[in-house]
Ligand binder design. Structure first.
Ligand code: FES
Ligand code: MG
Length: 605
């Protein structure tokens, strides 16, 4: 029988699935479909194959990305799942971001990756999409793009790496990278040891093996309902066969999604995000996840603006820290996995969860938890210390604290992971500021023997915000000045408008907004010797300058910026070329997600 697709007397239904979706226009729609088919047939696909639901697989493999090292095997397994379920799997690339191979910082490229993901999902005829990612910025970028594109999606994370071993102790990227580097700086580890550690800190492919940003985002994706709950989708190690079986099952789910057409804007509700934030607090997750969550929710036309920093604090107040992983605790992702992972945690958190939130299976979170077989660990298992019972938490509440009072926090807020503070007395502290005007100034002076600093000083790093230092680098973990570190000082109060790695710890206030490059920023006018007061309990961060003083210093600063003209990053961005110029002109502040305004659901302002 002649192919009806080329019967010019019949209209073509272009809202259809598969190759009929959104044709590239060659004028005549029958001709456009004819062109599309002849080109895809060049890849060897038959009419039969092309008549199946098409599942796109986003391939973020790169030889520069060890966190994504297992993607070729995962893609094979996803394809098997798709094809066993009667679909056709077609993979396509987007850019790949690894934390260490994305200068100046991977965050600078997150929005670019989200644009790439959104536009490629839009452009190609896919009925559903499997988003394979893992390293910190990749899963948020993918979800941001996918919500905007709004085709059915399912996430598949690459999974955490295994821990390594050094002189009898387990180690893993990257809390132990930082702890050991600090010891090396303090002179308690020698150069042979630090070199030997370098060999073992990342002993397999996969994402960082602690509760860093990658693991945090994996747990959040599961809590949002975007990965199957019936499998250990968030925690199975990258190198495990379980990870491959999850991939196969993800392919099966993707075919079901291609048919159900459950799209992220319909699946995700306010309750989904409240659940995600509850999980974030209970795992002592990465501060970066706060920025990502804001960017993600602000892509959603119905939910944009409905989740604020305050929401995260409100949920924190009633959510205990239950998961004992570095950097808030002592263990590794493999321990969390072996202790029952997210399924066990969600059972523990049930009283706080919105059980009617939807998941990719089309069943609610509550229905999933009720139907998936789950057996708690025996009470004498050594692993019971990994996921604490709800009534015996590791930290009573608010592992992530949002500061909103005091002149340094009342405008756009600030964030601290209180549960990762090493010296908890610093959670309420007053001390004189030692101010660094940027990363270069910090590098030049932090270890200088003549730096005037004491353990009660408050270290301040300016100009590492979204515009001031594009991408808002993870430089918020200001090192302890060497002369103090050598005396055994291991924590100080530190403040910046930047981020820090989710794997880092210390008493570190981040994401101060508006950022110091902004002429209206109070952080931007803090000077050496100004008295800083921080009180986590009262959500308070203040510099003792009265209102007149603030006004005078700001006026002076604006005059200076105007005279510097193009010397000021704030002014010069208007004429900067390329993606860098676009980034600096369009990026919004941390509390909005550091997304480009024009990509948000609200559109350009
Ligand atoms: Fe990729 Fe840590 S560097 S997850
Ligand atoms: Mg990281």
């Amino acid at each position: 029988t002649p192919n009806p697709d080329y019967d010019l007397s019949r209209p073509l239904n272009l809202d259809g699935s598969g190759l009929r979706q959104k044709l590239a226009s060659y004028g005549d729609p029958h001709f456009s479909l004819f062109m599309r088919k002849l080109f895809i047939k060049a890849l060897g696909y038959s009419e039969d194959a092309l008549s199946r639901p098409i599942v796109g697989i986003v391939n973020t493999y790169s030889s520069f990305n060890p966190c994504h090292a297992n993607i070729p095997q995962l893609m094979d397994a996803v394809k098997r799942g798709v094809q066993l379920s009667g679909g056709l799997a077609i993979d396509f690339p987007t850019i790949s971001l690894h934390e260490s191979f994305a200068s100046p910082t991977s965050m600078y490229l997150r929005n670019l990756m989200s644009m790439d993901t959104e536009e490629m999902i839009q452009a190609q005829p896919v009925d559903s999409v499997v988003l394979i990612g893992g390293c910190d910025k990749t899963t948020p970028a993918q979800l941001m793009g996918a919500i905007s594109a709004n085709k059915p999606i399912i996430h598949l994370v690459t999974g955490p790496m295994m821990p390594g071993s050094f002189q009898g102790a387990r180690i893993g990227a990257c809390t132990d990278c930082r702890n050991n580097w600090a010891k090396f700086r303090a002179g308690t580890l020698d150069i042979e040891d630090i070199s030997a550690l370098n060999e073992e800190l990342a002993p397999t492919g996969g994402t960082c093996g602690v509760m860093g940003t990658a693991s945090t985002m994996s747990c959040i994706l599961l809590a949002l309902g975007l990965m199957p709950l019936s499998l250990p989708s968030a925690t199975a190690p990258a190198v495990s066969s379980s990870r491959l079986r999850i991939a196969e099952a993800t392919g099966t789910h993707a075919v079901a999604l291609a048919i159900s057409q459950l799209r992220p804007q319909a699946l995700l509700t306010r309750e989904s995000f409240l659940n995600a934030i509850t999980v974030l607090q209970a795992i002592g997750g990465s501060t970066n996840a706060i920025v990502h969550l804001m960017a993600i929710v602000n892509r959603h036309p119905q939910l944009a603006g409905s989740i604020k920093l305050q929401t995260i604090d409100d949920i924190g107040l009633k959510t205990p820290l239950l998961v004992d992983l570095k950097p808030s605790g002592d263990n590794y992702m493999t321990d969390f996995h072996n202790a029952g992972g997210m399924l066990a945690l969600l059972h523990e958190l049930k009283p706080l969860l919105h059980l009617d939130a939807m998941t990719i299976t089309g069943r609610t979170l509550g229905e999933e938890l009720a139907s998936i077989p789950f057996r708690p660990l025996p009470l004498d298992s050594p692993l019971t210390s990994i996921i604490h019972p709800f009534n015996k938490p590791l930290y009573p509440s608010s592992s992530l604290v949002i500061l909103s009072n005091g002149n340094l926090a009342s405008a756009g807020g600030a964030v601290i992971k209180a549960s990762a503070s090493k010296d908890r007395s610093l959670l309420s502290h007053t001390g004189p500021a030692v101010v660094f005007s940027g990363p270069q100034d910090l590098a030049e002076r932090i270890d200088s023997p003549s730096l005037s600093v004491s353990p009660s000083s408050v270290l301040i790093l300016q100009n590492i915000g979204p515009v001031g230092n594009p991408g808002m680098p993870e430089a918020g973990l200001i090192p302890i000045p060497r002369k103090l570190a050598a005396k055994g000082v291991s924590d100080m109060l530190r403040i910046s408008d930047g981020r820090m790695s989710g794997t880092a710890g210390g008493t570190i206030i981040l994401h101060v907004s508006p950022e110091s490059a902004d002429p209206e920023s109070v952080l931007g006018i803090v000077q050496d010797g100004d008295v800083i007061t921080f009180d986590a309990e009262r959500r308070y961060l203040h510099v003792e300058i009265d209102e007149d003083g603030v006004r005078d210093r700001m006026a002076q600063r604006k005059k200076m910026m105007a005279s510097e003209g193009s010397g000021s990053a704030w002014v010069a961005r208007e004429r900067e070329r390329g993606y860098r110029g676009l980034y600096k002109r369009e990026v919004n502040q941390a509390e909005q997600g550091a997304d480009f305004g024009f990509l948000t659901a609200a559109g350009p302002s």
